[in-house]
Design a protein. Sequence first.
Length: 303
Amino acid sequence: MNFAFCTCVTSDYLGLAQATFQSLNDTFKGEARYLSLVVDDNYTGSKYAGFEILDLNEIDLDSYGEELLKVKEESLSSRFRWMLKPILLQHLLKRFEAVFWVDPDLYFYNDISPVTQKLESFDVILSPHWRSFNPFVNQNAFFNYFYHGLYNGGFIGVNRNTVDLLENWLEMMHWRLENNRELGILDDQGYLGLFPLMTEKSYIIKDRGHNIAAWNKQECKRTLVDGQVLINKEHTVKFIHFVPDTIKNILNGKDKLLRPHLRKYLEHMLEIEPGMSQLRSYDVNLIKRKTRKALPLKATTYP
């Protein structure tokens, strides 16, 4: 199956996308294809094997062009990039049989090909948040199933059978793109819960080593087995979602078993951008100090 990964960034966050691509490329033994749409005006950047930079002028915005460009004029906001998500996926499905949206703050450690191969028989792949199922253990996380949705918008896979579904998703965002707890709407992400109703061929990732983040500590327990960090004592860490709370929890000791993973991410980011402006909100020296004595991260494995 001919497939690719993609994301959308402003140029000052391109370093994150490069790190994401390189981590993917390592797990796919140099065979990953990754396309990053950079939305800044007149941005010119280099491309290299497997990594391609797209310009907004290359994308057909169709009937939403006027609205999107108006939003873009206001700012290169998250709202603008969220609306571009289904448009970019539709655009790339003309070139590839299947495409995965990958947020630029994801970092990959182990092989995810068993999941990517599912798009040969399924049309959509969704990644659950795996927030706490027990309101007595973590009430806020439980409530967020209803406020923030069942599935995470940072990792989504689609194939060519989803063109209409993607169009419907874009229509939903055109209708309302907001964080409205009263209505149970969270930006583009809240609508993902409808996807399994819109197509019977939806695959929900069951391996809880995927999309590890601050919000799934209860349901995706980090465990140490024979010196290796596993999730629920059985799943290797496939990829981590390094949102601010994930990094904060690792540094303050609430998620310290993930320190070797953060250290690898940090070292990679420092190679790409020594100034670390991509992680400007963190004290880089603190990250170094906290992760210096972390357990060694075992080499990437392939099944």
